[in-house]
Design a protein around this ligand. Sequence first.
Ligand SMILES: Nc1ncnc2c1ncn2[C@@H]1O[C@H](COP(=O)(O)OP(=O)(O)OP(=O)(O)O)[C@@H](O)[C@H]1O
Length: 841
Amino acid sequence: MALENEYRQKSEQTAEEKTKKDPKGKPAKERKPSNNALLDRLSNRFDKKRVKTILGIAMILFSFFTFLSCFSYFFTWTSDQDRVLDVSLFGFLFDSNPEPVENWLGKFGAWMAHLFMYRWFGVSSFAISFIIFLIGFKWTLNILLLPIRRSIAVAVLFMVWSSIFLGYFVEHIDYLGGTFGFAINQWLKLTIGSFGSFVAIVALLWIVLVVLFNADIMSWWNRAKGAKESFFEDDQPLHTNMTDIHVVNTIREDQIRAEQEAAEVNFDEEEEEDESYGDGEEESFIVIQSGAEKTEPELEPEELIEEDDEEEGDFKVSIAKTDAMLSDDEFNSIRQEYGDYDPTLELSGYLLPPIDLLKDYGNGQVSINKQELEDNKNKIVETLSHYKIDIAKIKATVGPTVTLYEIVPAPGVRISKIKNLEDDIALSLSALGIRIIAPIPGKGTIGIEVPNSKPDMVSMKSLIASERFQNSDFELPIVMGKTITNETYTFDLTKAPHLLVAGATGQGKSVGLNAILVSILYKKHPAQVKFVLVDPKKVELTLYNRIERHFLAKLPGEEDAIITDTSKVVNTLNSLCIEMDNRYELLKEAQVRTIKEYNAKFIARKLNPEKGHRYLPYIVVLIDEFADLIMTAGKEVEHPIARLAQLARAIGIHLIVATQRPSVNVITGMIKANFPARIAFRVLSKIDSRTILDSSGADQLIGRGDMLISLGQDLIRVQCGFADTPEVEDICKFIGEQRAYPEALILPEYVGADGGEDRDIDLDEIDSMFADAARIVVINNQGSASLLQRKLKLGYNRAGRIVDQLEGYGIIGPFQGSKAREVLFSDIESLEEFLRAKGIN
Ligand SMILES: Nc1ncnc2c1ncn2[C@@H]1O[C@H](COP(=O)(O)OP(=O)(O)OP(=O)(O)O)[C@@H](O)[C@H]1O
């Protein structure tokens, strides 16, 4: 119905327009065309598209002309050269010599061929004809034979190179390398000699291949051995299978469509018989002549835009034409030209730090002291024999700092008996840091780890340069150190997915954190990963200030990216929670489950940036001195950390939390549950070791980078890689001096804690029993109104109000249905500190 009405309205409008026409049937505006209208029509006639088409035809002709004249040059140059040598085109075309030239395309052909073949690039100049033809063809027929920009780049670079190449080998045939190739070779041979020139030319070819195709020679060779592929498919190794791509960059697609539309407009214009009737708008419709009003049923009413009738009874209908569709080939060729999205493009010249910024400590080999091994073995066997434990077999594996003695006990020996002898064996070996692993998982032997008297240092250089690390295809590769069997220990932070690091002061924690950061810096581009660094000690991470605009993220309006102030930590963590929620929203819209899938889709241009999609870098949040933070900010930090730890793995936010004091009020159950991956440097007590690792062992480490890593399953003893502060400084300097983004990655704004959760609760309104109620819920570890009712003899309503206030202050968690509310303070001391800070008694 609505469509019918619309159609009727349009018919009426047309009738009105008809009455405006003069008796001869011409539209009123056409009767006296003003000068302006004429000008408009002229400019319409010579619009950009038409000029392009004309130029395109000229270019195609010219390309054929240059091709033929150059081709004929091979046969005619000997007789023509005298005449074209050193004369201008004009002088040559209008000289008085009546004798014809030999070139098949006359004087102009002879002159052009001489220019291309002799004066410019020799035979390689055919590339010029090819480029002109390609552009002409595109402009004329709007058909892309090959990706234009890429083809020009390929043609020009190869033209230059082959001209030099031919000039090197065949000096006496001028038209092979042209004057360009000849002159460059002259200069090269003079400067670096004949052999040097040859090497330079080969190197230049390599550079050209790398520049154009990011050439990986070996993979080409392998592919060449396999299937035969087309030239331009071959040279774009990054492209995914084109047929899989369903969405193209919409801006680009619209442009192409608009261009095609424009092309047809002009075409229609010429078809029209009475051009004086057409104005710019009318020209964009196909004109269908019909006998009478019968056309109506065949048209969608909304498509009918205008009727332009000259004679009564005749019915001329204009319909809006539908959008032109690209053929599959056209679509793919455009996409080929555009290529995948490259997140690193903005800093495309970025260089990863070179390995020589790191120092060698030792020769990277484990030094073996046979005498020591023998002595230790004897002492172990002796000690055990004192306790009547017989050994069937003993074997030693020497690591950088520790040697593992594997024992196969005689049948009938109880394993726990050996385990209990830890201290006795340590005494007999007079060594610290003996650890007994009974049994070694998956081996059926008992391990005794004994520190070497002269431990070897593991340099970060040897780890970074290791094949295992360099060949790893992890998303966030970390190389931590060497295991007891001297293997490089690497893991993927995204799989961890969060790390808890603990160790008493001076045991190598800061060095370990540097190893983590350095690993990522040696493998990742600034577009791929960002760090949020929290350093309450204010001195440990300041080195990384230099890479702020490359690798760091910060809150809007903040001066420093490295956070040293506790209150800012709370804001930053909450801001990260917002970023997490935003990222989940993006993932939902993209219908993917992880950041990896999301980025892959974005790179393949399947997600539209206009809809808020963007390439998502990983965010690594590193918090040093977590204990300090918990002491000052309490639950305010614990809460967002727990939230991030629970949810952030899929959207690429990974936490590394380090602490000197791994006590239970710092590493609470909530934190522990969400940090399955733990690294323990030496701690001072068994209890601390249990808190961090859920087992003892960290208290028996020897310090100086000796550590235990648990990524969820087994405990692995690793000697941490060492990179000294000046080395880290050099790496940061190297990165910092390169071109950077205008600023650090800006995190979403968060209305701070001072203005956040407890802002809407007025201190004056706080119940006089609030502090007591808070103590009761913390002591009883139960956040319920009924508890307060009972203990404080309160009415239901007042107890309910106090519970709301406790929640508002972050002392208890939100309402959880039938479950009791979670109490967010684990001990009364931290609550008292919190209450004092808030001025509540
Ligand atoms: N992997 C290692 N190899 C060799 N020596 C190391 C290693 N790690 C640490 N050390 C030595 O131990 C010293 C202290 O290390 P580090 O500064 O990392 O301790 P820390 O645990 O961070 O102490 P704090 O918590 O007080 O900052 C270093 O200066 C270095 O001499």
